[in-house]
Ligand binder design. Structure first.
Ligand code: AMP
Length: 418
């Protein structure tokens, strides 16, 4: 079933969204992108005369905690949706069931943070550190058992299930995947955001126009190995940048000063270089760096060859030569994936490289390339530089996007499709 086919009039929809927004110390939302991203789906249902039960998590609570309460965002959600959203203090309580049952067409109910219950994630909590393997296994079994009741109860609030939480689609949690079992094919569907994400991933995986270039930045090789190995089977050009640069440079015998480096990944870096060669992938690495004499925006800086960084200096961004090389590759591409900055873009003095990559992607997009930006920090980059509207798609998924591109079938997607 699709959201455009389903007739919501008079129906109650359980909509799983990702309202895991950042809050400041006074519980003000500092970035409401995720809420806005779910509005088309929520509004569509309300306008059609359906009602919505909104489920989400916020943060990583280990049980009920005021700090992670969704009541902090209730007012803002109401304002954005244009209706007075009701609130249920406990997603499993009598109040939630009663309020859900009483919802009239056009009304909305926000449930308290689903992760206040261990059953949402299906992982035991509060186990003693010295718990034996048997105790761990028993606790796991118990939470899996009670997870069924939890999931069934959530499902009982509604006539249909809509999943619009791409950010958690790689988790087989109660509200993101397991709940779908309680609805038949005609009563479960993706929301608009999920539909768009799934389409964008599909384009990168199955509708590749070449050359295909992936730009992988960020701090550590270790967190990106799987995706890099996987991309080697797909792309024509693989730009490896950000902090990962220095592990590769050191592995090839370069001097990297005190740049970030994973010494236990040097072999792996050489192996990836070899694999790229075998597969005919053009692996593109930095040739120069913007170096600093401390990890700070105020540090003294200069440019040098990437493999000649003096002692006590560290590379915090790419240099101008590298910018040119990267831009050239990007501008000649027809499919582009960008994940991770070229440097410490949080410091104004080290944003130049990431900005230049973003600008090259925008130019390639103008010339007909399909560009997908995703995975946390690169999204922050395109937003910071005001480039988001110039790329084809900005994903809301971090881990979910990377796993999808690795070719894994995400539980949240599979649950709707099966
Ligand atoms: P990731 O979460 O792995 O995508 O990494 C993003 C983080 O990598 C950002 O916070 C950047 O500041 C950091 N980063 C990028 N380049 C460097 C670098 N040369 N040295 C240290 N950190 C870096």
């Amino acid at each position: 079933m699709t959201i455009d086919q389903f007739k919501f009039a008079g129906k109650k929809a359980f909509v799983r969204v990702d309202f895991n927004v950042p809050l400041d110390e006074n519980f003000n939302i500092t970035d409401d992108t995720r809420i806005r991203a779910a509005l088309p789906t929520l509004k569509k249902i309300l306008v059609e005369g359906g009602s919505i039960i909104i489920g989400s998590h916020l943060g990583r609570p280990k049980g009920p905690a005021d700090k992670f309460s969704l009541k902090h965002i209730l007012k803002h959600v109401s304002e954005l949706l244009g209706v007075e959203v009701q609130f249920a203090n406990d997603c499993m309580g009598e109040e939630a069931a009663v309020k859900a049952a009483a919802l009239q067409p056009g009304e909305a109910l926000l449930l308290e943070n689903l992760r206040f219950y261990a059953e949402e994630e299906g992982k035991p909590r509060g186990l003693a550190e010295d718990a034996s393997d048997e105790e761990k296994a028993a606790a796991k079994k118990a939470v899996k058992e009670s997870q069924k009741e939890f999931t069934k109860k959530l499902a009982s609030y509604a006539d249909c299930y809509v999943n619009d939480a791409f950010g958690t689609a790689h988790r087989a949690h109660a509200s993101t995947a397991l709940i779908a079992k309680y609805f038949d094919k005609d009563h479960k569907m993706f929301g608009y955001l999920m539909e768009k994400e799934v389409k964008a991933v599909d384009k990168i995986l199955n509708d590749i126009h070449r050359p295909f270039t992936a730009i992988m930045g960020g701090s550590k090789v270790s967190s990106k190995i799987e995706i890099i190995e996987n991309l080697l089977n797909k792309v024509n050009n693989l730009i490896i940048t950000g902090g990962m640069t220095y592990t590769f440079t050191k592995a090839m015998g370069g001097k990297i000063g005190i740049s970030i480096c994973e010494d236990d990944k040097l072999e792996l870096a050489l192996d990836l270089i070899k694999k790229a060669k075998e597969k005919g992938v053009n692996l593109v690495l930095a040739v120069d760096a913007k170096i600093a004499d401390s990890f700070s925006n105020e540090a003294n800086t200069r440019f040098c060859k990437v493999n000649e960084i003096p002692d006590n200096w560290e590379g915090l961004d790419i240099g101008p030569e590298t910018e040119k090389i990267f831009a050239e590759v990007i501008k000649n591409s027809k499919t582009i994936l960008w994940n991770g900055p070229t440097g410490v873009f949080e410091f104004e003095n080290f944003t130049h490289g990431s900005r230049s990559v973003g600008e090259a992607i925008v130019e390639a997009t103008k010339n007909g390339a399909f560009s997908l930006v995703g995975g946390g920090d690169s999204v922050a980059c395109v937003n910071k530089f005001g480039l988001a509207s110039g790329v084809s798609y900005v994903s809301t998924g971090g881990g979910a996007l990377l796993e999808a591109i690795e070719g894994k079938l995400l539980p949240g997607i599979a649950a709707i499709q099966e």
